[in-house]
Design a protein around this ligand. Structure first.
Ligand code: IGP
Length: 257
């Protein structure tokens, strides 16, 4: 469970010469009643873990596709509370690690300790909090540590070396290497400097490094995968589920791992 499950699942895949693939989905997009089905489907396709977004009214890092998904989920009445309840109900039936992506505000409102405790009950293994800078993370770190929940840190192309040192040292589970400047969303190509950026991060940490933002096809996943351990794909997956194209999701994952 928790941080250790994330670490051992990733290590096992890497030992088998596989690349890691973490799809992002928005909880409650299409209704919370289909969440378990989507998670199972992604698990069967070969996903390494699921990044599950909690919809939020002010999603500053999200591009248009994820924002729209968030709006649909909020309209469906999705909240952090009912997502955790849904995950708890299906907890015994899944093996794939779950990572929650939520802004700090919903965690704060929920109560930090209560959130950490309920993550454990719901089988959540890691958390990404994109609007919580390193300087502020003391607010939550201890609570997560006590419950063995991984706090996954994000590196940016613009982070100075000395900041990258702290990020790579502190990250748990994996390092999320944001590989574009700007918000989430499919892009046609990545800048040349991304290659060096990923290689540099790989030298800085033994924790797996995953590239995310702007990956929308297996060609990009394979290209980036030469320099790191795998990819996170959000907008493309959200878009394909929304348009009922799950066969394409299967193909994308199979060709990327
Ligand atoms: O959508 P993209 O470009 O494939 O990028 C992944 C991203 O959507 C997902 O990891 C994510 C969604 N919202 C975020 C906020 C911050 C960091 C990461 C995220």
């Amino acid at each position: 469970m928790g941080r250790d499950l994330l670490t051992s699942t990733f290590q096992e895949k890497l030992d088998n010469q596989q690349k890691l693939f973490v799809p992002y989905i928005m909880a409650g997009d299409g209704g919370l009643n289909i969440l378990e089905e989507r998670i199972t489907f992604l698990e069967e396709c070969g996903a390494s873990a699921i990044e599950l977004g909690i919809p939020f009214s002010d999603p500053v890092a999200d591009g248009p596709t994820i924002q729209e998904a968030g709006k649909r989920a909020l309209e469906n009445g999705t909240t952090l509370t009912n997502v955790l309840e849904t995950l708890q109900d299906s907890c015994q039936r899944r093996f794939i690690p779950i990572i929650l992506m939520t802004y700090i505000n919903p965690i704060y409102t929920y109560g930090i300790e209560a959130f950490a405790r309920d993550c454990v009950k719901s089988g959540v293994d890691g958390v990404i909090v994109p609007d919580l800078p390193l300087e502020e993370e003391a607010l939550i770190v201890e609570h997560f540590q006590n419950h063995s929940i991984a706090l996954i840190r994000l590196a940016a192309l613009t982070s100075p070396e000395e900041r990258l040192n702290k990020i790579t040292e502190r990250t748990e589970g994996f390092l999320y290497a944001v590989s574009v400047t700007g918000t989430t969303g499919a892009r046609a190509t990545h800048k040349d400097e991304v290659k060096e950026y990923l290689q540099n991060l790989k030298l800085m940490t033994k924790t797996p490094v995953l590239a995310g933002f702007g990956v929308s096809n297996s060609q990009q996943a394979n290209d980036l995968g030469k320099y790191c351990d795998g990819v996170v794909v959000g907008s493309k997956i959200v878009d394909l589920f929304h348009n009922d194209k799950s066969e394409e999701i299967k193909k994308l994952i199979e060709e990327s791992i």
